[in-house]
Design a protein around this ligand. Structure first.
Ligand code: CTP
Length: 214
């Protein structure tokens, strides 16, 4: 099995030195990449800037902005059987990037922002026979929002987690299938969740058989 994984944050630049981003450590995606390698899968990892070393044995693609992540993923996805999208992608970017460094004005400033492209939704549109697994980071109405996200991005499964996962070594997740069923739940170290997820995908991705599991 050859799979694509997105991981880490993206950055959107205001000028040549300042950017908007988030506190994603990349740990969940990197842990899944390592677990998948240990299972003998080929792993293509597209990662935003994180402090972790690139996992050994993976085909590694470093990106910075959301547009770069989208380009890399759309180029690499056709050679893979599925994608696991753990990246914490910036949803907005400044309309214009100032060349050089913005000067202080002495007053307040307003930065106009527009939505970035949705990497996962793009992969969902082009998936064909491939499977697509997204992550949903939800603070309110978690199940309802996660399921809406799954449908909007044409995912086969979505993993629901909450904002406390960002930057943490632990997570607590629910794996939801496209018919809205919770097919697995895992809590604890991200490395252990990653191993359970890889095992689950190994058993269920070919048949897309959403068997109930604790
Ligand atoms: N995602 C993506 N590209 C984006 C935004 C999100 O590929 N521009 C992916 C994430 O990697 C994740 C899933 O979509 O797998 C859901 O991300 P999340 O941040 O939970 O949701 P958003 O789509 O950003 O929606 P909202 O912020 O409104 O909850």
């Amino acid at each position: 099995m050859r799979i694509l994984i997105t991981a880490g944050p993206t950055r959107e630049y205001l000028d040549d030195v300042r950017y908007l981003s988030n506190g994603s450590s990349g740990r969940m995606g990197y842990a899944i990449a390592e677990a998948a390698r240990e299972a003998g899968w080929e792993v293509v990892l597209v990662s935003g800037p994180v402090e972790l070393p690139a996992p050994l044995g993976c085909e590694f693609h470093q990106v910075t902005t959301t547009a770069q992540m989208k380009d890399a993923c759309e180029r690499l996805f056709p050679s893979c059987e599925g994608v696991i999208a753990t990246a914490a992608v910036c949803d907005y970017r400044p309309v214009a990037r100032v060349t050089g460094k913005m000067k202080k004005t002495g007053g307040s400033i307003v930065v106009e922002m527009i939505e970035t492209d949705d990497v996962l939704a793009g992969l969902g549109q082009m998936k064909g026979e491939r499977w697509v697994l997204g992550f949903a980071l939800e603070a309110q109405n978690p199940r309802e929002n996660a399921l809406q996200k799954l449908r909007r991005k044409n995912c086969d499964w979505i993993i629901l987690n909450n904002p406390s996962a960002i930057g943490s070594e632990k997570n607590s997740v629910e794996l939801i299938s496209s018919d809205g069923e919770t097919v697995a739940q895992w809590a604890g170290a991200k490395t252990r969740i990653a191993a359970s997820l890889v095992k689950w995908i190994g058993r269920n991705s070919a048949s897309r058989n959403f068997a109930e599991e604790g």
